[in-house]
Design a binder for this molecule. Structure first.
Ligand SMILES: NC(=O)c1ccc[n+]([C@@H]2O[C@H](COP(=O)([O-])OP(=O)(O)OC[C@H]3O[C@@H](n4cnc5c(N)ncnc54)[C@H](O)[C@@H]3O)[C@@H](O)[C@H]2O)c1
Length: 354
């Protein structure tokens, strides 16, 4: 008889129901603040695991409302392997009208499920995890996709809500600095609010609020789209004649002709060519996927080269595996600190025959 972990004896050991914990946003923020570099590394590692096929990431499910067409709630179930090893789901709402009342557009919970029993073992505040993994993905893309073309010194933020703020914070914390920061938003109050944030952040860059999208794009070598546009509103290819690197985080801003004139890097091809994204519109227009040059994992693996004589556009659909990887990291840190808030008796019907 052996006591090895892989032995039939170990495999048949009785399973136990894990404790169930609630992880509030304040704990999530406490873990993630100051850990931007680790989160970027974790996100890159998760892209590699996903690229190698050690994940399950089915299509996101969009719940839409005929009476509230601007709003939606999205379910992102996933399972991530590698060193993370967790299953779960993010349930994330987008209600753009919230912003007018001074509360964030997006809210979310993230559920982590135990791999041995399937039991959920954590319900976590998900919006900070989601914003952090999105910003970490953007910072990683900015790094990998600018290698060989020189680090951009002029950045332009197109649409400046919470996601733009997180992206700026992650770039700043991972060693980026800029001479010029351009800001454009269709609401001037939001542009001024973001300018105020930048000034308080202590940036040494010159901050300019632009009153036209053309000015912002033409004067930026790195352009970050983080609007809530549902359809393309930027059509003029000549605005990109200086071949900027574009982080198309909001996915639906650019007209197909701009993607067709660019190198296109996605996070996941099947995911990104769905749900009316600009890349999806291109596929519908041309009837093939040849305009896609590869994924960020391909770039990290050296499988794609990036010509410097055309714009590079990164379109990240946003993968549930990233939320799970960052969520599990937060959970482990909170558990390690002994601060987990376990809900006693959360699962109470545990005897098969009572
Ligand atoms: N790809 C991903 O993984 C991922 C993850 C999270 C969020 N997002 C996307 O990021 C975007 C921004 O999220 P947020 O939470 O910061 O939203 P937000 O509502 O806080 O901010 C959006 C800002 O864009 C501005 N805006 C809207 N339409 C515009 C337009 N046509 N031109 C210029 N400005 C415009 C608004 O005035 C607002 O200031 C959303 O589209 C969201 O879906 C993507």
């Amino acid at each position: 008889m052996t006591d090895s972990a892989n032995s039939p004896v170990a495999a048949s050991e009785p399973k136990t129901v894990p404790p169930f914990a609630v992880v509030p946003g304040a704990q999530v923020q406490q873990v993630l603040e100051g850990r931007e570099k680790q989160v970027v590394e974790l996100v890159e590692q998760t892209y590699r695991v996903h690229g190698a096929g050690d994940s399950v990431n089915p299509p996101s499910y969009f719940l839409r409302f005929p009476d509230r067409p601007a709003s939606r709630i999205i379910a992102l179930p996933a399972s991530v392997g590698g060193d993370v090893g967790v299953d779960g789901i993010k349930w994330v709402s987008s209600f753009p009208d919230n912003v007018a009342s001074g509360i964030p557009r997006a809210s979310a919970v993230l559920i982590l499920n135990d791999r041995a029993t399937g039991y959920p073992f954590a319900c976590m505040e998900g919006s900070v995890i989601s914003a952090s993994r999105t910003a970490a993905s953007a910072a990683s893309a900015a790094d990998w996709l600018s290698r060989g073309r020189g680090r951009p010194r002029r950045i332009g933020f197109f649409g400046v809500g919470l996601i733009a703020r997180y992206i700026h914070a992650f770039l700043d914390a991972t060693g980026w600095s800029f001479d010029e920061i351009g800001v454009y938003d269709s609401w001037s109050e939001n542009a001024e609010g973001f300018k105020g944030y930048l000034e308080r952040s202590g940036t040494a860059a010159n901050v300019t609020v632009h009153d036209s999208p053309e000015q912002l794009i033409r004067s930026s070598d790195l352009v970050v789209f983080a609007t809530v546009a549902a359809q393309p509103h930027v059509h003029d290819v000549t605005w990109f004649a200086h071949n900027p690197l574009v982080l198309h985080v909001s996915l639906r801003d650019l007209a197909p002709e701009i993607l067709l004139a660019s190198t296109n890097i996605l996070d996941d091809v099947d995911h990104c060519l769905k749900a009316g994204t600009s890349a999806h519109l291109v596929e519908q227009m041309v009837g093939h996927r040849d305009f896609v040059d590869g994924t960020l994992a391909d770039v990290m693996a050296g499988k794609v080269s990036l010509p410097d004589d055309r714009p590079v556009v990164f379109s990240p659909f946003g993968l549930g595996v990233l939320d799970l990887a960052v969520g599990k990291y937060v959970y482990d840190e909170v558990a390690r600190s002994g601060q987990l808030r376990v809900v006693e008796d959360f699962f109470s019907e545990l005897k098969r025959y009572g």
